[in-house]
Design a protein around this ligand. Structure first.
Ligand SMILES: [Fe+2]
Length: 177
């Protein structure tokens, strides 16, 4: 059984991950309404990534017979002044999640719970990547606030998943269909 303090904090984090899911979803819907399909698709995907994080945490607790609290979720922000707004908001959110993950690591360490610490380590790495990705996107969005197509092109070029090579014809050496 993981340490009690760790279980309590991880349950809080499950709520945070679901809140992050809702915020990414709200951003995706906003971009969808602006007919920015690249950005919308990217944010819809990021939402499912956050849900995946919550599910991993639920499984970690359930597998060890620790209590899981299925949380109520905080309402996301849905009104934005410009295309930069949702991006700034999720960058802030990812920075906050980084602090929350660091707290989980600190608790696991203080409790001498090595399994818990190993579990959290994967999220630490994820957070580094998430902050870099959103920070880069914020830079692009700020300099292209009045040129949404430039932001769309950036997502197409830099953030289209490589496991879907049909979106990047020829880049993996294959002949496009
Ligand atoms: Fe997450």
């Amino acid at each position: 059984m993981p340490a009690e303090r760790f279980v309590a904090q991880l349950n809080d984090q499950i709520a945070n991950e679901f809140a992050a899911h809702q915020q990414y979803l709200a951003a995706a819907v906003y971009f969808d309404r602006l007919t920015m399909p690249q950005l919308a698709g990217f944010f819809y995907h990021q939402a499912t990534v956050q849900r995946g994080h919550a599910m991993m945490m639920i499984k970690f607790l359930a597998d060890q017979d620790a209590a899981v609290v299925v949380p109520g979720v905080e309402a996301p922000t849905t009104d934005f002044d410009s295309v930069v707004g949702p991006i700034e908001l999720v960058l802030e959110q990812e920075r906050r999640v980084t602090d929350q993950i660091n707290l989980l690591t600190r608790i696991a360490r203080e409790e001498g719970d090595f399994a818990a610490e190993a579990f959290v380590q994967w999220f630490t790495k994820q957070q580094v990547d998430a902050v870099i990705t959103m920070s880069d996107l914020q830079t692009v969005a700020r300099r292209s606030t009045n040129d949404p197509e430039a932001i769309e092109a950036y997502i197409w070029r830099e953030q289209t998943p490589r496991e879907h090579p049909q979106h990047r014809p020829g880049e993996d050496g294959s002949v496009p269909a």
